[in-house]
Write a protein that binds this ligand. Structure first.
Ligand SMILES: Cc1ncc(COP(=O)(O)O)c(C=O)c1O
Length: 434
């Protein structure tokens, strides 16, 4: 989730000026301008000085409003212990409730027993095992593409695919609010990165031809990780058909969620053949860890030899390869999970709306509940935990100041009574901290 774990704005509420750059700020590497050197007394290196003078998190902790890296002790897919309270867990991305499914956990354990606790090396050399190959084949089939490649994380998948494809002279067109891994990938590539507002594809058309002779890759989030909106894929495909660029969709929050069989945004819009590459993660609907890309066999084979994050990192662990294969087969054989996720999402969205809460542009199980300023949002977050509900606080720079929110994500394991509990908690806290 881009920026949600940065304490900046909460620190601003404490009167502290943030110095960490958020995902949307250019780095000195990009601007070519060095940041001002802190005034050292000649003894400490500026790097160590910056680290040793960092007290912003500590100030928030003292105010008991530090929201990051909280210890979340999972009970099952539905509940977790947070700050000593048993909470309904609306902070996880375990959309289908598979993270604790005994079949998934056992499949992972069996894989570890058979193939070891770690993958012990790069996919390119000694790290490829039968589970990787089997998972790549079954994922590609499920996603409606001929070939696939699995990575240790979704972050590494984006990093590898974008930086691997976009060479010197090429341009990566990246959704302005896309996940941090896509922005980082654009920075890492040898080509140029152009950011555009992916909620308004017409803007892309106005910049798409600003290039030389090189290639063009357009990459967007299928479902936006902060506001839960679905990208206007038909508009992007229409542009692709006119301008002939490579189109990639990061469907981290859509696979297992959207589409008749859960294959994501491309299936939802019936545009599987019009999108060149689909990227996903196992850390959300699959309840596991890892990432993947699917596409044409020649492109996937090229990526196998061009993605540095694939070549220079140990392969996906046997546990996660085995667990993810089982999640994929459950996802396909138990469609009630997707149906349940959708009905819970609709119920919560309707009930929160009826209670006067604003869930913005969400069209997916990510429901951001707008609270307002940062201090109020952190108080709201803390009070929710005290009433047994866990949601993630989202503050600047992930969202503009004044638009802070509690980000809820639904899970197929929730009952209708759970949803009513969430709405009652929001109602009572709003009254209490008005
Ligand atoms: C849109 C998007 N892409 C990629 C990722 C990274 O996935 P992973 O957690 O597997 O590294 C995330 C995770 O937050 C995400 O939300």
């Amino acid at each position: 989730m881009p920026g949600t774990k940065t304490p900046e704005s909460a620190l601003r509420a404490e009167g502290i000026t943030p110095s960490m750059s958020g995902p949307s700020q250019p780095t000195s590497h990009e601007t070519g301008v060095d940041p001002p050197r802190p005034d050292t007394d000649g003894e400490l290196d500026p790097i160590l000085l910056r680290a040793s003078s960092y007290d912003r998190a500590e100030k928030l902790r003292r105010a008991d409003l530090y929201p990051f890296c909280a210890c979340i002790e999972a009970v099952d897919a539905r509940e977790a212990i947070v700050r000593g309270r048993r909470c309904l867990n609306l902070g996880s991305n375990d959309y289908l409730g598979l993270s604790h499914d005994p079949r998934v956990v056992e499949a992972g354990a069996r894989a570890a027993e058979r193939y070891g606790a770690g993958s012990t090396g790069s996919r390119l050399l000694n790290g490829t095992g039968p589970l990787h190959l089997e998972l790549e084949r079954s994922l590609a089939r499920f996603m409606g593409k001929p070939a696939g490649l699995v990575f240790p994380t979704g972050y590494q998948t984006n990093l590898g695919v974008v930086a691997g494809l976009v060479a010197h002279g090429d341009v990566a067109f990246v959704g302005r609010h896309d996940h941090a891994s896509i922005l980082d990938a654009g920075r890492l590539s040898m080509g140029r990165m152009v950011r555009f507002d992916s909620s308004d594809p017409a803007r892309l058309e106005s910049v798409i031809d600003t290039r030389g002779e090189g290639g063009r890759l357009v990459i967007v989030d299928g479902v936006h990780s902060m506001d839960g909106s679905i990208v206007d894929l038909p508009a992007l495909v229409a542009l692709r058909n006119r301008h002939h660029f490579v189109l990639a969709v990061d469907d981290a929050h859509a696979i297992g969620v959207l589409g008749a069989s859960g294959a994501g945004t491309t299936e939802h819009f019936g545009l599987i053949d019009e999108v060149d590459l689909v990227i996903g993660t196992f850390s959300k609907a699959f309840g596991s860890n890892g990432g993947f890309v699917v596409g044409a066999p020649d492109v996937i084979d090229y990526l196998r030899h061009a993605c540095r994050s694939f070549m220079f990192s140990a392969a996906l662990s046997p546990f996660h390869a085995g667990a993810t294969s089982m999640s994929l087969s459950i996802l396909q054989s138990e469609p009630w999970r997707i149906a349940r996720l959708r009905s819970s999402t609709e119920l919560l969205r309707d009930r929160l709306g009826a209670a006067g809460f604003d869930t913005g542009r969400s069209q997916s199980p990510i429901l951001p509940v707008l609270i307002g300023d940062e201090h109020r949002t952190l108080l709201f977050w803390k009070s929710l935990i005290e009433t047994g509900i866990y949601g993630n606080p989202v503050i600047a720079p992930a969202v503009p100041d004044g638009e802070c929110r509690i980000r809820l994500s639904l899970n197929a394991a929730f009952t209708d009574e759970d949803i009513e509990r969430v709405v009652r908690a929001f109602d009572s806290i709003r009254d209490a901290i008005r």
